[in-house]
Design a protein around this ligand. Structure first.
Ligand SMILES: Nc1ncnc2c1ncn2[C@@H]1O[C@H](COP(=O)(O)OP(=O)(O)O)[C@@H](O)[C@H]1O
Ligand SMILES: [Mg+2]
Length: 251
């Protein structure tokens, strides 16, 4: 039996501000297996980012249990969490979060410094990662010399560089126009088809349709969780495979 990659049970997260307590997550249980592509949806304030922060080990729940890749992370110290995070999680944010003064190559190579690679290996690995997202000719550019879509590609390459167990993307297309959003979704589709697990927060139905499972939140609870019967593919390679009826869920 393969173990689920993510198993959270009765997770709660409350914020206490003065006399007020906000239950951002009331009770959330969720299991996500390796290789899934999940869209997390829900209105603003429903707890999506709070849940993503917990899944990404940026925050800990105030109650409940979180087992990530067989490790109980619910009660870890900040240092232990940082280590798990560096090893297991790749983040992609709406605002790209790149270092403005660093080149694409240096931005992508950054996580490898903490992993202890030599400068030469870091640069070789970052070069390959940038090539894999179609930016082999933009390695020496700084973020302000790149388009929004290219910046997000750099961020995706950085998220992948440590070969993480999960890619967490919180509104990755939120700052992009429609055409560029579609390109980024094609890239995420390709990454998923290579066996990566992706959890994507979006409030756009169109974007969620690229995922294979849809989880809907409301008021700190999961309201709905179902397989997406009508997956949309924009990557031409994957669309052609789907047309032929090839099951690439598990390749
Ligand atoms: N650091 C915080 N301190 C206090 N309240 C917070 C904090 N972060 C989020 N919240 C509250 O928790 C609820 C869920 O927020 P969030 O997870 O950001 O929702 P979403 O990402 O779905 O818009 C909201 O009511 C929000 O105001
Ligand atoms: Mg949010």
């Amino acid at each position: 039996m393969s173990q689920p990659l993510i198993q959270i049970t009765d997770i709660g997260r409350k914020y206490v501000i003065g006399a007020e307590t906000i239950h951002a997550l009331k009770s959330v249980s969720l299991q996500i297996n390796k290789g899934e592509f999940v869209a997390l949806m829900g209105p603003s304030g429903s707890g999506k980012s709070t849940l993503m922060n917990i899944l990404g080990c940026l925050d800990t729940p105030t109650r409940g249990e979180y087992i990530l890749n067989g490790i109980n992370v619910s009660e870890m110290s900040d240092d232990e969490l940082a280590e798990v995070r560096n090893k297991e999680i790749g983040f992609v944010f709406q605002t790209f979060n790149l270092l403005p003064r660093s080149t694409s190559l240096d931005n992508v190579a950054l996580p490898l410094i903490y992993a202890g690679y030599s400068k030469k290996s870091r640069e070789e690995m970052a070069q390959k990662a940038l090539e894999s997202v179609g930016l082999g000719n933009r390695v020496d550019h700084k973020p302000n010399e790149l388009s929004g879509g290219q910046r997000q590609r750099v961020a995706v390459a950085r998220a992948l560089i440590n070969n993480p167990s999960i890619i967490l993307a919180d509104e990755p297309t939120g700052n992009l126009d429609t055409k560029t959003s579609i390109e980024i979704m094609g890239l995420l589709e390709e990454i998923h088809s290579r066996g990566n697990t992706i959890i994507l927060v979006t409030h756009e139905e169109d974007i969620a349709q690229h995922a294979h499972r849809i989880v809907r939140m409301r008021d700190g609870l999961i309201e709905d969780d179902y397989p997406n019967k009508d997956v949309k593919n924009v990557s031409p390679r994957l669309a052609a495979l789907r047309e032929k009826g090839t099951d690439f869920e598990n390749i």
